[in-house]
Design a protein around this ligand. Structure first.
Ligand SMILES: *[C@@H]1O[C@H](CO)[C@@H](O)[C@H](O)[C@H]1NC(C)=O
Ligand SMILES: *[C@@H]1O[C@H](CO)[C@@H](O)[C@H](O)[C@H]1NC(C)=O
Ligand SMILES: *[C@@H]1O[C@H](CO)[C@@H](O)[C@H](O)[C@H]1NC(C)=O
Ligand SMILES: *[C@@H]1O[C@H](CO)[C@@H](O)[C@H](O)[C@H]1NC(C)=O
Ligand SMILES: *[C@@H]1O[C@H](CO)[C@@H](O)[C@H](O)[C@H]1NC(C)=O
Ligand SMILES: *[C@@H]1O[C@H](CO)[C@@H](O)[C@H](O)[C@H]1NC(C)=O
Ligand SMILES: *[C@@H]1O[C@H](CO)[C@@H](O)[C@H](O)[C@H]1NC(C)=O
Ligand SMILES: *[C@@H]1O[C@H](CO)[C@@H](O)[C@H](O)[C@H]1NC(C)=O
Ligand SMILES: *[C@@H]1O[C@H](CO)[C@@H](O)[C@H](O)[C@H]1NC(C)=O
Length: 465
């Protein structure tokens, strides 16, 4: 009798342990973001994403694997969930490992993929799942990281919109009880106005409004928080980043006002609220020769860039955490004999062909008692060393030294605009004499062959003389 009830209780214990293990295993999501840009080939879009997971429990990034492709999530996908045929798997969520912290218990990576849509959209592309880590506010339920792709042509850039980009660490440490700020870095390749707001509804699913006592400044994308809710707590943050045109424009010939967002991307991350053993002041900071906050540097494909991040503070610096584009590697902390009390890290990146475009690299320094600096973010714009590699020319145009030679009937820098020569009978109706008609047909044919749109204007001028 005694033995039997012991056995039952043992079985129950094992069950509880198994359930708890299953839950912990599943509760591993730590946010991310996705952005996109049209490739210039018809309705094809290149996506770039970052995801964060519990240390070594996502695709498998560890500190030793920074710079390598990690593939432990072969069965999880970015999906097209609206606009496409039902829940189409588009690309795997595996990524190139960009950073990991065993002490803060996260890994992060970046991946890119391209997809050719059947039309201009809109299409919703997202990665959904159901296992945020356990949170101190709100439920640790489902997540969705995504963006809506719309490929109508803007009349100002003569191409579809490019989404804004943003980045973030999987986990930010905000001292409990201190007034703190998290500045979200944002960049937009079209020079649009970028604004941030709290995510709502399906943008954030289970973690909407999960950061209590915080405000967001929509113009500067700055979150201000006093972190007074839970000491040693974990909170999820969902921010929506949108780009707005500087002037009224048209998209696919529809008027688009400056008040309407062009595209929407989401950024999600965690905030932890450690209790510090000192006051709220005296945090570490980045010092010269570190590039100033929000500096922009240019490079091209296969041309290596080096970034140095120097940090100092009243206590020694224990780490500098990097959020980087895929493939950037960085040294451990080094001492500079010329700068006493200052440590630095040397980051190196050789952009690949699929990384043409805008990237953000951020660093955060932390001292021995866990105080963190403001982030120092640098924008890196990668130019195509040979603009023709990707053939940007449409409608069978050929690319030479970055310039498009268009087929007859097409014009503009990417041969994206078609026009038709006026049929001879219409031309004939516009002029009075056979001689005028003869001259016009010749002019029209010359201009048409040279892809001049202005020939219509010339016809008008000629016939009004
Ligand atoms: C995931 O798939 C890739 C390509 O098929 C394969 O090389 C890799 O070993 C797979 N990873 C795992 C963990 O099975
Ligand atoms: C849906 O699938 C059909 C047939 O497979 C295809 O022709 C169509 O282009 C698809 N539509 C979208 C939006 O992907
Ligand atoms: C935080 O929010 C709660 C209610 O949401 C409020 O009662 C409390 O006063 C706020 N604390 C601070 C420091 O703003
Ligand atoms: C954009 O259009 C709206 C409505 O037509 C108008 O009120 C506004 O002044 C325009 N803005 C600019 C910058 O032209
Ligand atoms: C784009 O369209 C807007 C609104 O119709 C117009 O005001 C603007 O001049 C156009 N811009 C270009 C470059 O054509
Ligand atoms: C170090 O502490 C002094 C005074 O305690 C303060 O003035 C100074 O700004 C601090 N330096 C840093 C980098 O926090
Ligand atoms: C660096 O600082 C330490 C202690 O703060 C001091 O002992 C040492 O002499 C300094 N070194 C140089 C090169 O200034
Ligand atoms: C940083 O790394 C690059 C390449 O590895 C090297 O050329 C450069 O001297 C390094 N800079 C410093 C300050 O260590
Ligand atoms: C481009 O060339 C292909 C094959 O030569 C042809 O089928 C297609 O119609 C051409 N497209 C245009 C827009 O001229």
């Amino acid at each position: 009798m005694q033995t039997r009830s012991y056995a039952v209780s043992w079985v129950i214990h094992v069950c509880i342990i198994l359930i708890m293990c299953a839950r912990t295993n599943a509760s591993h999501f730590r946010g991310g973001t996705i952005s996109w840009k049209p490739t210039g080939r018809e309705n094809e879009v290149q996506f770039s994403f970052k995801l964060g997971w519990t240390y070594n429990r996502g695709p498998g990034c560890t500190t030793e694997k920074v710079g390598q492709l990690v593939t432990n999530m072969n069965n999880s996908y970015w999906q097209c969930t609206s606009g496409c045929n039902s829940s189409l798997n588009i690309a795997n969520v595996n990524y190139i490992c960009t950073g990991a912290s065993q002490s803060e218990n996260w890994e992060q990576g970046e991946g890119t993929f391209t997809y050719k849509f059947p039309g201009i959209g809109p299409y919703t592309v997202e990665f959904t799942g159901s296992a945020w880590v356990t949170l101190s506010h709100g439920s640790p339920g489902s997540w969705s990281i995504g963006s809506v792709v719309y490929l109508g042509e803007r009349n100002d850039t003569k191409q579809p919109n490019i989404s804004p980009i943003t980045t973030g660490k999987p986990v930010y440490r905000v001292p409990y009880g201190c007034q703190s700020e998290i500045v979200i870095p944002v960049v937009d390749a079209d020079d649009d106005v970028v604004k941030c707001r709290w995510s709502t509804g399906s943008e954030c699913v289970s973690i909407c409004g999960a950061l209590p006592n915080a405000t967001i400044d929509s113009n500067t994308c700055t979150i201000r928080l006093s972190a007074t809710h839970t000491a040693e707590g974990t909170f999820a943050v969902a921010v929506t980043v949108q780009d707005f045109p500087q002037n009224n424009i048209t998209i696919d010939n529809q008027v688009h006002l400056t008040t309407a967002p062009l595209s929407t991307v989401t950024l999600q991350f965690l905030v932890k609220t450690p209790v510090l053993t000192s006051n709220c002041e005296n945090k570490p900071s980045f010092v010269s020769p570190t590039l100033p906050q929000a500096s922009i540097i240019y490079t091209k494909v296969f041309q290596t860039v080096n970034l140095l991040f120097y940090a100092s503070g009243n206590r020694s610096i224990s780490s500098i955490t990097m959020t980087t584009p895929a493939g950037m590697t960085y040294t451990s902390l080094q001492n500079d004999p010329m700068l006493n009390g200052t440590v630095f890290l040397n980051a190196t990146w050789t952009p690949q062909q699929n990384q043409v475009g805008t990237h953000i690299t951020c660093a955060i320094a932390e001292d021995v008692i866990g105080k963190t600096s403001d982030s120092r973010c640098i924008t890196i714009i990668v130019k195509d060393s040979n603009e023709c590699v990707d053939n940007p020319c449409q409608n069978n145009g050929t690319c030479t030294d970055g310039l498009c030679l268009c087929q007859p009937g097409y014009t503009d820098d990417k041969c994206q605009t078609g026009f038709e020569a006026m049929p001879n009978n219409e031309l004939r109706a516009k002029v009075k004499t056979a001689k005028e008609f003869f001259v016009l047909v010749i002019i029209q044919n010359i201009l048409y062959m040279q892809q001049c749109l202005e020939y219509n204007i010339l016809v008008t001028l000629f016939t009004s003389i």
